[in-house]
Design a protein around this ligand. Structure first.
Ligand code: GLA
Length: 510
């Protein structure tokens, strides 16, 4: 049972405080209770707890939180000594479907303990004044009905650029973003095709009196930053969430979706990554997740500026089958990548989306690149880059562009590898053979040639055999070793492949 509306400010004023009865000694005597937490834990930011005793003698109530709005509870039971109220709440992202909570009488108020997902809380609360209850109340905003969007002609090939998250997390500011734009140009990465400079989580501040989102103090002028990026032949991306809080706890777009889309357009934003984060509490089934993304998709179209729409909901609810219909140009297929070979390989080999879903206008997104962050060998980074190119995945670099070594630059700017990723037909490679520690993937290209990737997932070098038939050809007319930048002699039928490494071939034939 949800109790929103049961507590009018007037009733609370009278019951909780108006009569001048402090609740500290026996807080559960009253029929209706309200407490505020002045020092709420950052996550999930429980600011208030309200409860009322029903006719059955049990308490019903809710907590109000920054991340999830109202967190309702039912059937709270009072201990025999009348000092502890116990209840359960719905949980997320964990095996336990519910988590237990207790509210204990303490000097001047209550002590709240409980947990949600990976966090445990222990917070001191005090009786709420009626005005506080009103101020802290969460106002749910219904989703509009679903309306499919037609393709807008953008992202004919997978987007290429850079994003701040993998290297900097939310330690970002205007100066760093400008420096990345400068480095994108000076390193030659822009001219290799990387054009988006995407600010991920951590730019948001508070909302103004009219509800419009403002950047935080680290981003004094977002429009000026967009102008700076545009002046260098680059495009600027931004990040938000359909929930009230982003994953790093910044202000999300909940209740302000259309307004935020207009703000982003007015700033000159070219790309939006929309990350479910706290929205998963509100939108926990396919219908509501689809509608929450469709709402922003429609809002971006209505805002009148062409923006790439990046869906980040970790591949839930078969996003590849509906991503385009909400205006999405790319959709994440997994949770987050890290700069470890094992994580990269798990995603790149086995969680890179269904090939049938990818193609001009909409792409499977196995997450941003880690190439250049230092956690993998050059062979492993070449495997990373090859997996993404063969998958027709977006190529969003994630390292400090100022620190691009020559070796890393060679991996990121290999023109032939990029051409495979950006091939006009937009076909995502299929694995031909999988399982014995080596894999052969084939990607048909627009000009009739085939990209053939020989992957060695093992920890020692291997010799891998392949044939024209593997690539659907009767013979090879030409065979090129892409990373080796050389033509291979006629009749080549096997190649040495280093541990966790890759040989990438381009074959023509009949
Ligand atoms: C989630 C996303 C990441 C990144 C962070 C930011 O974890 O999957 O890519 O955007 O949020 O908080």
């Amino acid at each position: 049972m949800r109790i929103a509306g049961l507590f009018s400010a007037v009733a609370l004023g009278a019951l909780a405080l108006g009569a001048g009865q402090p609740q500290g000694a026996a807080p559960f005597q009253a029929k209706t209770l309200a407490f505020v937490f002045d020092h709420a834990d950052h996550y999930p930011g429980v600011r208030m707890l309200e409860a009322s005793r029903g006719a059955d003698g049990h308490f019903h109530g809710q907590m109000t939180s920054d991340w999830y709005g109202t967190i309702p509870f039912d059937d709270a039971t009072l201990s025999a000594d009348g000092k502890t109220l116990s209840f359960e709440t719905r949980n997320i992202n964990a095996k336990e479907k519910t988590r237990p909570w207790t509210v204990t009488a303490s000097a001047g108020g209550i002590l709240l303990t409980g947990g949600i997902w990976h966090s445990n809380l222990h917070q001191q609360g005090r009786p709420a004044a009626a005005a506080e209850v009103k101020r802290l109340a969460f106002h749910p905003v219904p989703l509009p009905p679903f309306q499919a969007l037609a393709p807008d002609g953008q992202a004919r090939t997978p987007p290429m650029g850079w994003s701040s998250w993998n290297k900097f997390a939310d330690h970002i500011d205007d100066k760093t973003i400008r420096a990345m734009a400068d480095a994108m140009v000076s390193t030659g990465l822009r001219d290799a095709g990387y054009v988006y400079i995407n600010i991920d989580d951590g730019w948001q501040g508070t909302r103004g009196p009219d509800g419009s989102i403002r950047p935080n103090a680290r981003f004094p002028d977002m429009k000026a930053l967009a102008d700076y990026v545009h002046a260098r032949g680059l495009k600027l991306g931004l990040y938000s969430s359909p929930g009230p809080r982003t994953c790093a706890g910044y202000e999300g777009s909940y209740g302000h979706v259309e307004q935020d889309a207009r703000t982003f357009a007015a700033w000159g934003i070219d790309y939006l990554k929309y990350d479910l984060c706290s929205g998963e509490w509100f939108y926990d089934n396919r219908d509501t997740v689809v509608r929450s993304y469709a709402q922003m998709g429609a809002a971006m179209r209505a805002a009148g500026r062409s923006m790439i729409f990046s869906l980040c909901e970790y591949g839930r609810f078969d996003v590849g089958s509906w991503g385009r219909s909400v205006g999405g140009h790319l959709w994440r297929t997994t949770g987050d990548i890290t700069d470890k070979y094992e994580d990269m390989a798990r995603i790149g080999f086995d969680h890179n989306g269904r090939p049938g879903d990818a193609g001009p206008g909409g792409w499977n997104d196995p997450d941003m690149l880690e190439v250049g962050n230092g956690g993998m060998s050059d062979d492993e980074y070449r495997t990373h880059m090859t997996l993404w190119a063969m998958s027709a995945a977006p190529l969003l670099m994630g390292h400090d562009l100022r620190l691009t070594s020559e070796a890393i630059k060679r991996i990121l700017t290999n023109r032939e590898v990029i051409a495979i990723d950006q091939d006009a037909r937009g076909i995502q490679a299929q694995a031909l053979r999988k399982g014995d520690g080596t894999e052969i993937w084939i990607k048909p290209l627009a000009d009739g040639r085939r990209a053939i990737a020989l992957f060695n997932r093992g920890t020692s070098a291997a010799t891998m055999r392949f044939s024209p038939e593997d690539a659907g050809l009767s013979r090879f007319a030409s065979l090129r070793d892409v990373w080796g930048a050389r033509a291979l002699p006629e009749g080549t039928a096997e190649m040495p492949v280093p541990a966790r490494g890759t040989v990438l071939l381009i074959a023509s034939g009949a």
